[in-house]
Design a protein around this ligand. Structure first.
Ligand code: HEC
Ligand code: HEC
Length: 343
């Protein structure tokens, strides 16, 4: 008798489970996000798309260019070589970027996430417009080593680019502005806002007890700089890596000694995917990053005031909780979204 009851209950649970899976499948397929949108709870975007509204044709052209090695001198390197979707558009497992002829850059390739909320680009803010920014990698001798005119000449010889430019801008003529605007449309649509962290914020799910403790530590020790919900406040700060600065950071742009050793606070969205860490990729794991904040903060003339009292007190148990929280920032929808992949 009781055996039968268990059997019936198993069947009932199995149905309930299957139908709940079915429901969530339907939900995800029912509401595909538009290419560009402002996620719930996000601030207003920086406005750099104002004169360059996203269209499907512009985005598609931008994606084609992003993954096209003809943008480099010997046609071996494309933007996606150093900005890989599975690594949240960072170059995974490379301390500093590897470009044309396997030449090494000096900085770690950052993630490309929620860039429509940024108004300055690169670790030192060396570019102040998303439309101008791609000129940097295209012309950099250790990245793609090409010229915009060189790219235009190559695209003009292609069988499909003139038609793609016509769909995007109404004319077959390939211009550098058209190239840069399409790239910036594609990059502006790289929106990540569906991690477990976001789902908790939107009331769709809850943290485990460990994740929740990690979130509490995060809010008290990290969020002043890695500000929610972008998980960066987009300012330039020195988080105590060095006493002497081989890379001047923000000072390279402002020439102010007070900016030496300051770098743009990186977003922590998808952070477990984009190792190694820091502007020069010196730390290979999240565990080492937390050890930095709890034991190796170096004082210097430009150390951030929030860190000037020295190492943070974070116990081993708290470290594990913090890591559990940081894992909730991974957004599988973002890294598997086919619209962002090489076609
Ligand atoms: C050889 C590797 C390499 C290639 C190729 C490359 N990048 Fe980058 N990218 C980097 C590195 C390294 C940085 C950081 C540079 C710095 O801060 O000085 C960067 C930074 C950026 C940023 C700034 C992100 C931020 O948060 O400020 C954007 C946007 C970007 N790249 C887009 C592109 C585009 C578009 C292309 C193709 C036209 C491209 N990259 C090609 C390595 C590369
Ligand atoms: C005073 C501001 C500040 C505080 C507080 C702070 N960070 Fe950072 N964080 C930064 C800056 C600036 C960088 C980039 C430094 C560099 O590369 O030179 C950074 C880099 C990182 C990186 C590497 C990101 C990447 O893409 O390479 C991680 C991970 C990180 N911080 C996690 C944390 C955690 C966890 C906490 C709290 C325990 C924390 N940070 C507290 C400013 C801060």
């Amino acid at each position: 008798m009781s055996k039968n009851l268990y059997f019936c209950l198993t069947i009932v649970f199995a149905f309930a489970f299957l139908s709940s899976c079915k429901k969530s499948d339907d939900e995800t397929t029912e509401t595909p996000k538009p290419l560009f949108y402002v996620p719930d709870g996000f601030p207003a975007p920086s406005g750099q798309l104002q004169n360059n509204p996203v269209t499907t044709a512009g985005f598609t052209l931008g994606r084609k260019l992003f993954y096209d090695p003809v943008l480099s001198k010997d046609s071996t390197v494309h933007c996606g070589t150093c900005h890989q979707q599975f690594g949240a558009f960072a170059q995974v497992d490379h301390k500093v970027s590897h470009g044309i002829n396997n030449l090494l850059g000096t900085r770690n390739s950052p993630t490309l996430i929620n860039l429509a909320w940024h108004s300055e680009f690169f670790w030192d803010g060396g570019s102040n417009h998303i439309e101008v920014q791609p000129i940097g990698p295209i012309t950099n001798p250790v990245e793609m080593d090409e010229t915009l005119n060189g790219v235009i000449a190559k695209l003009n010889r292609s069988t499909f680019y003139p038609a793609m430019f016509r769909s995007a801008y109404g004319s077959d003529t390939i211009t550098s502005q058209g190239i840069l605007r399409a790239l910036s449309q594609f990059m502006s649509c790289l929106i990540s806002a569906n991690s477990k962290y976001d789902q908790v914020r939107n009331g769709q799910t809850t943290f485990t007890a460990t994740e929740d403790s990690g979130y509490t530590i995060f809010k008290s020790k990290c969020a002043s700089c890695h500000k929610e919900p972008l998980l960066t406040d987009l300012s330039y700060r020195n988080n105590g890596l060095d006493a002497h600065f081989t890379d001047p950071g923000r000072a390279r742009i402002t020439t102010l000694a007070a900016d030496s050793g300051k770098f743009k606070v990186p977003t922590l969205r998808n952070i477990v995917l984009s190792y190694p860490y820091m502007h020069d990729g010196r730390l290979s794991s999240i565990s080492k990053v937390i050890d930095h904040y709890r034991s190796t903060i170096v004082q210097s003339s430009t150390i951030d005031p929030l860190l000037s009292s020295g190492n943070m007190s974070i116990s081993d148990a708290e470290k594990a909780q913090l890591i559990a929280f940081l894992n909730t920032l991974t957004d599988q929808t973002f890294i598997t979204d086919k619209r962002f992949s090489e076609q």
